[in-house]
Design a protein around this ligand. Structure first.
Ligand code: BT5
Length: 263
């Protein structure tokens, strides 16, 4: 499916400087972090057909079945301005995926804060942004993106915290993984220079799932209930509590679920 040498040329035009394709690996984020440690350039990309130890946040499992999903990790070397906005990188990935699906297949994705892309209210993509620091200097951001493309990429519902879907089911036709990859990278490098801008936050907020709806934010030790307002300029989620006070929740060890939903 990935015609590596030819596609590497196409990817270069999109801003992908280095490209590694693996039939099978543990986690492309681990591979990218190791490659970054060895000096990989900004814009290097690791793609795998299948992962045996794909990771979500808090070491939750991310399932990548062979031949049907996209698992990729982009190495970014943040500029000082980007480093000051490190909380926005997962949103950058989510906006890029959402726009790719809109432009490529006419879909209507929503972004479930902080890091999921939903189609018809079901999870089609998860994003894992990881950082490597040297002292207080942010050296690397690895943006890991997992997308369910064909039906066999969707794990059994029993194994999941939230319902899942794939692009082909939402689009009602076959979809090439290479096409999804290229469209995501095109949108990602389009938005990157505008990270943190009003336009970028607007692109995120326009697609924010559960806006105006009651949700529960589950954090280690305690939960917050409130109505989803918007994502703020640091990538935090502003919630309106029942007493009218506004609270901002930062991404991290959190989990958002619709209020009254046991998931
Ligand atoms: C995420 O974490 O959603 C981030 C997933 C990032 C995956 C990419 S793939 C390339 C790169 N390499 C990696 O090792 N990771 C990145 P989180 O919000 O914690 O959600 C994890 C939860 O999603 C799991 O606990 C499951 O409930 C669910 N899940 C696992 N696999 C799924 C899939 N294929 N489709 C939908 N949901 C899934």
């Amino acid at each position: 499916m990935f015609n590596v040498p030819a596609d590497a040329d196409r990817l270069k035009k999109l801003g992908i400087i280095g490209f590694r394709f693996l039939e099978e690996t543990g986690s492309t984020n681990d591979d990218a972090l190791a490659w970054a440690e060895q000096g990989a350039a900004d814009g290097s990309l690791v793609v795998a057909d299948t992962q045996t130890r794909g990771r979500g946040r808090l070491d939750r499992q991310w399932v990548t079945s062979p031949g049907s999903a996209l698992a990729m990790s982009l190495i970014l070397r943040p500029t000082p301005a980007e480093a000051a906005q490190a909380g926005l990188f997962a949103g950058l990935g989510a906006v890029a995926v959402a726009e790719a699906l809109e432009q490529g297949w006419g879909l209507k994705p929503q972004i479930k804060w902080p890091n999921d892309v939903l189609l018809g209210g079901k999870k089609a993509c998860g994003i894992l942004s990881e950082a490597a620091w040297s002292g207080s200097h942010l050296q690397t951001v690895v943006l890991g993106i997992g997308v369910n493309v064909a039906p066999s990429s969707v794990p059994l519902q029993e194994a999941l915290l939230f319902p899942a879907i794939c692009i082909e089911a939402a689009a009602g036709r076959t979809v090439e993984r290479q096409d999804v990859l290229e469209r995501i990278m095109e949108r990602l490098f389009f938005w990157r220079p505008a990270l943190g801008s009003v336009e970028f936050l607007d692109a995120w907020n326009r697609r924010l799932a559960f806006r105006g709806q009651a949700v529960q934010i589950v954090m280690p030790g305690y939960n917050i209930n409130g109505e989803v307002m918007e994502v703020d300029s640091a990538g935090g989620l502003r919630l309106c509590r029942s007493d009218g006070n506004v609270e901002t929740v930062l991404a991290g060890d959190v989990h958002l679920r619709p209020a009254g939903n046991g998931r």
